[in-house]
Each structure stands twice: as structure tokens, then as C-alpha cells.
Design a protein around this ligand. Structure first.
Ligand SMILES: NC(=O)c1ccc[n+]([C@@H]2O[C@H](COP(=O)([O-])OP(=O)(O)OC[C@H]3O[C@@H](n4cnc5c(N)ncnc54)[C@H](O)[C@@H]3O)[C@@H](O)[C@H]2O)c1
Length: 328
């Protein structure tokens, strides 16, 4: 049974990826420092290590103790706005610590990685939908850390017997059984809209209604977290045979912030009052994936990524977990 290390396993996407890997018959070592994730999001059937990916000696020890076949690397800080105001923690956590993980893998002979990258590597795109060969030009430190990790992985592949693929997710959404989105603070639109509908917040802050888009609000490509997890399972199986080093994970269809709010209001059967705020630093007007390469090369198709289902699943989870994950 292949043994996969999942970093960021206590986070939203990491816990769903873990669930999908276990279902596929893999064994999982869960790694997370719990700086942002939740202990209760860690799966029972996995062995959990509370360590940072920046702790080289602790990682070496793990790789010596367990024969890890591949690492699915999701650990990281994820807030674009925070990365603009505090680039130091983003470069330290996402890039420096990410490189420490790579060094440890190399030292210990672990040579396979699936890396959680992001649409943020494209910056403000000059075409939409965005294909993978679009120039890499991030407009915020978060996206820059992802782009630099992708480069390091590519050079590892050139120099060493090292196989990797970067999955550039667009906007993860939805929920999966007992797993939901509980970022603190929450910066993502769908959970915040739901929190307003559930009366946990008075209004929803809408950042920017003067973008060059049809209704003036930013357009994003939302993809169900279960579809993202499935992309990891398939990418692991095909590692070493994929023609590209990076793939978009999206649906090819974008929704504006106002459209998402309208859908959330319909799904939750509640009004969602909005307060318009200035644009957030580092937020491009439109990010929609050309996701055809992942479909062609990997046979991946998004099965659950209709906007209604993503909002419904998220709503169900938030309704059933009034205070999010227990224990913080
Ligand atoms: N959520 C999205 O829409 C989205 C979109 C594109 C890319 N991504 C990427 O996917 C990954 C997972 O995102 P998420 O939404 O699940 O975020 P999350 O915050 O829910 O999970 C990230 C996890 O990483 C852990 N972590 C952070 N730094 C760590 C470190 N140094 N050592 C060990 N653990 C550490 C946190 O404690 C947390 O549990 C991230 O790398 C993110 O950049 C997410």
C-alpha cells in the first residue's frame, strides 16, 4: 500500500485530499503545524505529526522512520491580502519552509511531489480563460511564493531523479461529509456569504464594485473541493508520465461576486446584505481557468463543481457546524 505524506492535512483541502487518498487505498501520514488548521480535521485513519515543514531535522526523522512514496504538499499560508501586508511570513512559511521540505526529501530519497499551486501565479492575466502557458507574473507575494516553488520543483526535476506536478487551483469551494471550510479569519466569499445568511455576521463586505467586469465585481472560477481532491489522486497515479509540469484545476466558467451572493441568498433562503468596500490589494479582476489540459492529459472532469452544489454543500456544513471545528 503506497504511503503518502500530506502536508497541511489539518486544512480545508488537505483533509479532503486525505479522505480521497484513504478511499483509494493509500496510507497517509498527516503533517501540519496547526498554525491555521484544525486538529479535529485530521482523519482518524492516519498517523498525525504536529510539525512544521520548516523543521528539517523533524522531517528527516519522519522520512527515515517511514518509507514515504510521495508527498502531497498543501501546507501554506493562503491569504492574498495578508501576504501583501506581511510578505515576510509568506516568504518564510511558503517558500523558505517549502524549500526545507524539498531539501529533506532529497536528502532522504523521497522523489515524488504533488504541489498545491494557485491561479495567483498568473497575476492579472492578459487572456481568459487562462491556459497553463500564460506568462507567470504574480501581483502579490502569495502568488510569488507559489511561482518560486514551482520553479524549484522544475529544477529539481532537471537535476535529480525527482518527479513533481503543480496543481494550480482556482477557487476551492464546497464541503465534503464532515469536512468544511473554516479559515480564521475567513477571507473566502462563499463561507462569508453563508455566515451572513446564518446571522453570524451582520453584512458581507464586497471588495470592489468598479472592476472592468459586466457587473463591476471580480470574477472567479469556483471548483468543488472533492473535484480538487480527485485531481490529486489521478495526478499521483500518473506522476512521471504527464507532459506538463503544471495544470490548472478549474471549471472554465467564472462567476462574479454579485452572482455568487445572489445564488447564496437563494440557497440559504435569506437576504445577504452587502457593504461595498475598496478593492483588496493584489486581487485581479478576473481569474478563470482553461482547464482543458487536465482533462486531456489526465482524464479529469469536475463532477461536483456546479456553483449551486458548492454553495449547498458549504451551507449544509456551516449550518451543521455552527461554531466551525470544535477546539479551535
Ligand atoms: N483554498 C483555495 O481556494 C486555494 C486556492 C489555490 C491554492 N490553494 C492552496 O491549497 C493549499 C491548501 O489550502 P486550504 O484552503 O486548505 O488552506 P488551509 O489554511 O485550510 O490549510 C493550510 C494548512 O497548512 C498548515 N500549515 C501552514 N503552514 C505550515 C507549516 N509551515 N508547516 C506545517 N503546516 C503548515 C496550516 O496549519 C493549515 O492546516 C494551500 O497551499 C493554498 O495555497 C488554496
Amino acid at each position: 500500500m503506497p504511503l503518502i505524506m500530506v502536508t497541511g492535512a489539518a486544512g480545508f483541502i488537505g483533509s479532503v485530499v486525505t479522505q480521497a487518498l484513504l478511499k483509494e487505498g493509500h496510507e497517509v501520514l498527516s503533517v501540519d503545524n496547526l498554525s491555521r488548521g484544525h486538529r479535529s480535521a485530521i482523519f482518524e485513519g492516519t498517523t498525525f505529526f504536529r510539525i512544521s515543514i520548516g523543521d528539517g531535522p523533524a522531517l528527516d526523522k519522519l522520512f527515515e522512520q517511514f518509507k514515504v512514496d510521495a508527498v502531497v504538499h498543501l501546507a501554506g499560508l493562503i491569504q492574498v491580502g495578508e501576504s501583501v501586508s506581511d510578505p515576510d511570513i509568506y516568504y518564510a512559511n511558503n517558500l523558505r519552509d517549502g524549500l526545507t521540505l524539498l531539501e529533506s526529501m532529497h536528502r532522504c530519497g523521497v522523489s515524488k511531489m504533488i504541489f498545491s499551486s494557485s491561479a495567483a501565479v498568473y497575476g492579472v492575466p492578459n487572456q481568459t480563460p487562462i491556459p497553463e502557458d500564460h506568462p507567470i507574473a504574480p501581483v502579490n507575494p502569495y502568488g510569488d511564493t507559489k511561482a518560486r516553488m514551482e520553479e524549484a520543483l522544475a529544477w529539481y526535476g532537471e537535476a535529480y531523479d525527482f518527479q513533481s506536478v503543480s496543481l494550480r487551483y482556482f477557487n476551492a469551494a464546497g464541503a465534503s461529509g464532515p469536512i468544511g471550510e473554516d479559515h480564521r479569519p475567513e477571507t473566502h466569499l462563499i463561507p462569508n456569504a453563508i455566515n451572513v445568511a446564518l446571522g453570524k455576521q451582520h453584512h458581507l463586505s464586497l471588495y470592489g464594485d468598479d472592476y472592468p467586469t459586466p457587473d463591476g465585481t471580480a470574477i472567479r472560477d469556483y471548483v468543488h473541493v472533492e473535484d480538487i481532491a480527485q485531481a490529486h489522486v489521478q495526478a499521483l497515479g500518473a506522476l512521471g508520465q504527464l507532459p506538463r509540469k503544471a495544470y490548472n484545476v478549474g471549471t472554465g466558467k467564472g462567476y462574479s461576486v454579485r452572482e455568487v451572493i445572489d445564488i447564496a441568498a437563494r440557497v440559504c433562503l435569506e437576504e445577504i446584505p452587502v457593504q461595498v468596500e475598496p478593492r483588496r490589494a493584489g486581487d485581479p479582476p478576473e481569474l478563470v481557468a482553461d482547464a482543458s489540459a487536465l482533462q486531456t492529459d489526465l482524464g479529469w472532469t469536475p463532477k461536483f463543481s456546479t456553483i449551486e452544489k458548492m454553495v449547498q454543500d458549504a451551507f449544509r456544513w456551516h449550518r451543521d457546524h455552527e461554531n466551525g471545528y470544535p477546539g479551535g
